[in-house]
Design a binder for this molecule. Structure first.
Ligand code: TXA
Ligand code: MG
Length: 331
């Protein structure tokens, strides 16, 4: 299995050489680990889809070293894009814009738009600056699985299909970037993340639309496959449950001798031979940071079910609720 290496200067030099040769390099970002390839090399980008087992029509985000590079990838760039980049880059925000003709269709899944992001992680930024081009990178997990927030997760997910894994420690934010679409008439939120709708609206001084799930949408074009309910799922059946209903559910499952994983944050559970519980942090930011690692830990125990205590329904928890909803959808 491909082992990760500490992302020192020599490792980054090696990563740049591999990217130039059209190979795959997994690298840390502040959100989750990405599986990177030279975004201008269609063959390299096709390798990403093979490694992930991802359908070719799911577009990738191109990572760039500064907002100055927007014009290398996009056309008709609205002032709003520069405003958001100025405020939030480097950071967990991806912006969808109309693409330059030169952007390979492999990157955009055949769409006329391209997703762009300047990540806020020293290793990612050093890699981008040393490489000098755009790096296309989805989360470095197998299609529809839990995103990796540590180098060891990438090893577990992708093994030898990746040529190098740069270890830059645990991702600080822990959930994927917020995605805003500025390619049309009205700014539209495609994926909630650490940067919230209200924060975006405050900078843009306008309301932004929220894209409905592709399953509810009458639009036949899949705008953001990340919105599919099947995304981010553990292999173990997972269920969201209010704190109030947890005791009776645990009791009923225990009577059936089910092995239960519990992801709680206020509910104090009893450890029994049948229950493996992880107590999550009470703040949304800390919860998000450890969410995927905790879900992965419970998933790896091969239990019968994972019960997740329903977090509050407030703005700060929006990205978490979105990912938990997807992790517990049985479509
Ligand atoms: O935080 C992140 O964004 C991480 C790190 C590695 O940067 N990347 C990530 O990539 O989450 P991925 O491929 O797992 O999710 C990218 C999302 C997908 O839902 C995809 O549909 C959407 O971005 N996307 C990319 N380009 C798009 C486009 N042109 N139009 C609409 N959606 C797009
Ligand atoms: Mg992903």
């Amino acid at each position: 299995m491909m082992k990760s290496i500490l992302a020192d200067d020599a490792a980054i030099e090696q990563a740049v050489l591999l990217l130039q040769q059209g190979r795959l390099v997994a690298f840390p970002t502040e959100t989750v680990y990405g599986l990177g390839a030279d975004a201008s090399n269609p063959e390299a980008v096709r390798r990403i889809f093979q490694a992930k087992g991802r359908p070719a029509d799911h577009p990738l985000i191109v990572h760039i070293p500064s907002a100055d590079c927007l014009k290398d990838w996009a056309i008709d760039i609205p002032e709003a894009a520069y405003k958001l980049a100025e405020q939030f880059w480097p950071g967990p925000l991806a912006i969808i814009l109309n693409k330059q003709a030169s952007v390979p269709v492999e990157v955009t899944g055949g769409q006329d738009t391209v997703g762009l992001r300047m990540p806020n992680h020293p290793v990612a930024l050093q890699l981008l600056n040393a490489f000098g081009g755009g790096i296309a990178a989805p989360s470095a997990n197998r299609f529809c699985r839990i995103s990796p927030t540590q180098a060891s997760h990438v090893e577990e997910e992708l093994g030898d299909t990746v040529d190098l894994i740069l270890d830059g420690g645990a991702s600080m934010i822990g959930v994927e970037s917020t995605i805003i679409d500025l390619s049309g008439q009205k700014p539209t939120l495609l994926r909630p993340g650490h940067i919230t709708q209200l924060e975006l609206e405050a900078v843009l001084q306008t309301k932004i639309l929220i894209a409905s799930s592709v399953f509810e949408s009458s639009d036949p074009i899949l705008r953001a496959p990340g919105m599919m309910a099947v995304h981010y799922a553990p292999t173990t059946t997972a269920k969201l449950c209010s704190k109030h209903h947890l005791p009776e559910l645990i009791e009923a499952l225990s009577r059936q001798h089910k092995q239960i994983g519990l992801l709680t944050y206020t509910f104090k559970s009893i450890e029994t031979a049948l229950i493996h519980s992880i107590n999550m942090p009470i703040s949304a930011d800390n919860y998000a940071q450890s969410l995927y690692a905790s879900l992965r830990e419970l998933d790896n125990l091969k239990l019968d079910i994972i019960l997740i205590e329903q977090p509050p329904d407030t703005e700060g928890w929006q990205a978490i609720n979105d990912r938990l909803f997807k992790a517990t959808s049985t479509q």
